[in-house]
Design a protein around this ligand. Sequence first.
Ligand SMILES: [Zn+2]
Ligand SMILES: [Zn+2]
Length: 142
Amino acid sequence: MKILVRQLGPEGVDLQESFAVDRIEMAQTDVLRFLQPFEIKAKVVRAQDEIVAKITSTSRFASFCSRCLEELEQDWSARFTLTFSTKEYPEFVEMDEEIRQELILNLPVRVLCREDCKGLCIDCGANLNKQACQHQHAVKNS
Ligand SMILES: [Zn+2]
Ligand SMILES: [Zn+2]
């Protein structure tokens, strides 16, 4: 995604691009697999010597709940801001590498099927969202 600095007026510019998942150079695994390209939207403004790009990225991934291990699909989004100096970049800014790094930093780490997922019984392996078992467990505050 490229910003043409000289064409950047005070009203700013909206940019949009879709990043194929393999451009992120992140291993697609069964544990975390993106199902759609990353849709990148940027609102770019210039403030004196600074170029500020406010970026939103959305996609959708498949993974497993880290508590109950059920398969799930979830929408994903990330917001971040990139700034560049017009002294360093008087003509244009190519933001792909910065965007790639931000996407990697914002990848989902610990995914839950729902906030209050009860997880698996540590004794019998029952999925406690779906069934009760005869084991008693102290409520964990984690
Ligand atoms: Zn779960
Ligand atoms: Zn049990």
